[in-house]
Write a protein that binds this ligand. Structure first.
Ligand SMILES: Cc1ncc(COP(=O)(O)O)c(C=O)c1O
Length: 484
């Protein structure tokens, strides 16, 4: 908080004012000086602007990008070609868990690239199976997917298996395919009184998928059909038939919708893109109970909230066993930015997946899985998980003050937990304005849903960096409040 903003704020007697900080970071050995990055044409060189113009002439216009060409990074900081420096509180959209320019990741990538990058899935490679084993064992150790932490208690028979994809949307596509095949086989067995005589696949009506408001599951046709956002869906209709929409957290609405034809329920334990909303334990208990009643597969999409972002391995690791899924999908941070996704599926469903059921050329490459094995080993180390929990509670203590500092703008406490947080604003035009101004002051943020600014920093972000980001946020909000 700058002195000027602090003075401006103190004129508003009914609000608590953020403490005036001498420098941008409040405490700690490292502190950061204020940053100013003007973005007007006069401040940016002609060469820089013409590079942006030439890139946008050849790239599809799928993103409204600011005038910023990032070139390299170190830890939580990224830089552009003309030396402008930004604190990256977006982490490549919850991807760069270990930050940018990590030396161990870089060394391993170089070594593995020189040895072998890709073989296809026609053969085994040295790392895909190792990573699958690590994912299953770490899940058993930390709890999740129907295993209590430590693995003593579990829901359902057998262990789990992994299918590797290249992205989050592909992981969800695969998970929904697995659920359909398992559902159709179950249906066929039931229709023949358990004798299991072959039935035609196309006869089965056990094909419907339940999804929820504000969810984001991806852009390919199946995942898009489970992403009920008119902006994303309407230009691409007709979507895949058989998807039923229920309000997130609406227990009665869910009970009224699920039936014997439901083969899958796909849900985020913490919704990311949709606005950082958390489901209640009662909601997840109902999903589990009703899925068991009708024989549907419960899929938790932990692509954004999983892999230690909350401080636990999975956002649902701490849920009781009667709220646990049959399948988890993951992607984003698994290889710290190199593309990889995965479906973690319990054995009782994986037995339906046989040669030819599903496949991929690139998924599970020796390169991606070796990097991911390294990343997962580091993310699950007690030192890093301890750090994530303590930095998460420091972030929480800073966020919890915003409603009292800016009561007309921030009505509720920030949503989410750990290092996936959403600051909700009364005026829905504030998130975009805050993001633009924070960038000019050296901090990169994201929006979430209609009303929120999302904070998803790298998981090794430091305390002084959290303070810098929060100081900038407070200072921008202070300026905006004083103008009203
Ligand atoms: C919860 C969730 N599911 C799926 C996806 C899609 O992942 P990808 O962009 O890797 O296809 C995302 C991406 O933001 C996500 O947040």
């Amino acid at each position: 908080m700058s002195r000027v903003t602090g003075r401006l704020l103190s004129r508003h007697s009914r609000v608590m004012t953020p403490p005036i900080r001498r420098c941008m970071a409040s405490k700690a050995s490292t502190s950061y000086a204020a940053i100013t990055h003007p973005e007007d044409n006069a401040s940016l060189s002609e060469a820089y602007l013409s590079k942006i113009a030439s890139h946008s002439a050849y790239l599809t216009n799928t993103y409204a990008r600011p005038p910023l060409i990032l070139s390299h990074g170190k830890g939580s900081w990224v830089y552009d070609a003309i030396g402008r420096k930004y604190l990256d509180f977006s982490a490549g959209i919850a991807v760069n868990a270990l930050g940018h320019g990590d030396e161990e990741v870089a060394q391993l990538a170089g070594e593995q690239a020189g040895r072998m990058i890709h073989t296809s899935n026609v053969w085994y490679n040295e790392w895909a199976g190792e990573l699958a084993k690590l994912l299953v064992e770490t899940t058993v150790q930390h709890g999740g997917l129907g295993f209590a932490a430590g693995g003593k208690e579990k829901r359902g028979e057998g262990g789990a298996k992994v299918f590797f994809s290249n992205s989050g949307t592909e992981a969800n596509e695969g998970a929904m395919k697995f659920a359909r095949k398992y559902g159709k086989e179950r249906w066929a067995a039931e229709m023949t009184n358990g004798v299991g005589a072959a039935r035609k696949w196309e006869d089965s009506t056990k094909t419907r998928v339940i999804h929820f408001t504000n969810a984001f599951h991806g852009r390919t046709m199946g995942s898009l059909s489970a992403t009920a956002n008119p902006k994303y869906q309407l230009p691409f209709t007709p979507l895949i038939p058989g998807f039923d929409l229920v309000k997130y957290n609406d227990v009665d609405g869910f009970r009224a919708t699920i039936n014997e034809d439901t083969c899958a329920v796909i849900v985020e334990p913490i919704q990311g893109e949709g606005g950082v909303f958390e489901g209640s334990i009662e909601f997840f208990k109902t999903l589990r109970k009703e899925c068991d009643r009708v024989g549907a597969v419960l899929i938790f999409d932990e692509i954004q909230c999983g892999l230690f972002r909350t401080g636990n391995m999975w956002a649902h690791s701490s849920f009781p066993l009667d709220c646990q899924p049959d399948i988890i999908t993951m992607a984003k941070p698994l290889a710290n930015g190199f593309p990889i996704g995965a479906i973690l599926v319990r054995d009782y469903i994986a037995q339906s997946i046989t040669p030819g059921s599903h496949g991929t050329t690139f998924g599970g490459s020796v390169f991606a899985t070796r990097l991911a094995h390294h990343v997962l080993t580091r993310l699950s180390s007690p030192t890093l998980t301890g750090h994530i929990r303590s930095i998460g509670s420091h972030l929480d203590s800073r966020l919890s003050k915003l409603p009292s500092y800016f009561p007309d703008m921030v009505k509720e406490p920030a949503r989410g937990r750990g290092l996936i947080r959403g600051i909700p604003f009364v005026d829905h035009s504030v998130p975009a304005k805050l993001i633009d101004e924070a960038r000019r002051r050296g901090v990169l943020l994201l929006t979430a849903g209609k009303d929120a600014v999302r904070l998803v920093p790298s998981l090794n972000v430091e305390r002084a960096e959290v303070d810098f980001a929060m100081d900038v946020i407070e200072s921008v909000l202070g300026t905006m409040q004083s103008k009203n």
